[in-house]
Design a protein around this ligand. Sequence first.
Ligand SMILES: Cc1cc2nc3c(=O)[nH]c(=O)nc-3n(C[C@H](O)[C@H](O)[C@H](O)COP(=O)(O)OP(=O)(O)OC[C@H]3O[C@@H](n4cnc5c(N)ncnc54)[C@H](O)[C@@H]3O)c2cc1C
Length: 412
Amino acid sequence: MHQSMADTLYDVAIVGAGPVGSALALGLSRAGLETLLLDGRDPSEARRADGRNFALVTGSQRLFGHLGLADALASAGQPLHGLEAVDGGTHFFGRPSVLFADEDLDSADPGESLGIMVQAEQLQAGLDDAVSRADHLTLQAPAQFAGLIRRAAYVELDLAGADPVCARLVVGADGLRSSVRDALGIATEGRDYGKSVFTANVRLQSPHAGIARQLFLPEGPFAILPLPADRANLAWYMKRGAAEALSRCAPKDIEAELNHRLAEFAGEMRLDGPAGSYPLILQVANRLVAPRGVVIGDAARRVNPLAGQGLNQGFRDVAALMDCLEEASRAGLDIGSDVVLARYSEHRRFDGLGAALALDGIDRLFSNDSLLTKPIRAAGLLAAQKISPLRRILARQASATEDGVPGPMKGW
Ligand SMILES: Cc1cc2nc3c(=O)[nH]c(=O)nc-3n(C[C@H](O)[C@H](O)[C@H](O)COP(=O)(O)OP(=O)(O)OC[C@H]3O[C@@H](n4cnc5c(N)ncnc54)[C@H](O)[C@@H]3O)c2cc1C
């Protein structure tokens, strides 16, 4: 890592050192591209406690292997061996439908699991550490992106209270409220679900065996995601306001509410760490690229966290952009040119949009107790459970092993 200089022309400037921006910075710098990574957050300040845990599918794990971080991920994570779903309706808990499990994977490696559960804080700490040691990578933080000016062969980035910086390509990895996306003139569409997700880590009385379990309640799913030992991460969809209110309650009151409502499904739960809440929003950028600019990760789409696909979609952006930029650079092309960016957009546009809409559809189907939709969702669960080719397709999508995945997400 070296210091940024205002007179340097970087190959790529990435705004946002969250999981997606940091992974891209590591990938591009390993390929020898001079990369600048900017973040408004001061790295010397402690991060806010983050109760999120990510279910990283096999493709994302392989990307981490490609970045030299597989061991760090494996030592911090809990392998996922299957997903069970129960249609809770309003009155009873049905029998669990095993949607898919390890054995449904058409994997080259028979020991490979569906994915791995990792804590958001541990994932970010591993990435921060790797960024601080990487060659061809300059971290500038705190540095707040404030605007951009396009020149013929590069883009100039304005930073609040610091000298401007220049790069052939700017990547907006600055999350849901991306200022880079606005500066590139890319609009968004979507909807606010009017719901929030309550999250907390708990200790379970009964062993989870690495199985993620989801109970579909009328207001939305309640998910138990396995963590190492007897721990689990809970994600409980509620009306906006209710999740926020519950997360602010005293730990003993949260525990009482959890056990009163859900012990029949989850067994006795004991809180283990702070609770939190996140608003549920669907937001999709109507373009992924603009002259000399790209948006990736949550800046490109914020999807329903159902089935844990948000960050995995962001890592697919990373792998696809690595493929396109490395190939263009090897061929001596301008990596910020329209032709290179159009190729990236072709790869990612419909896959990312498809995931956002599919998750939205699942949420609509399961988040009510209408007499019309109940038979359809019951049939959906049954079909997924009974028909093994369908189970295999679901498992391959969940673990990103289907055809068409970018190179850094494939096995080697
Ligand atoms: C409750 C919940 C559970 C989830 N569970 C899962 C899951 O199980 N699996 C999964 O795959 N996904 C999950 N997600 C989605 C996941 O959290 C996001 O997809 C992921 O955090 C997006 O990462 P990112 O790097 O794109 O953006 P962010 O993590 O938002 O990072 C953006 C970065 O940009 C910086 N920044 C912003 N503006 C500026 C600026 N102007 N100048 C400089 N820097 C700036 C910020 O400081 C930040 O570091 C979940 C989301 C929620 C809400």
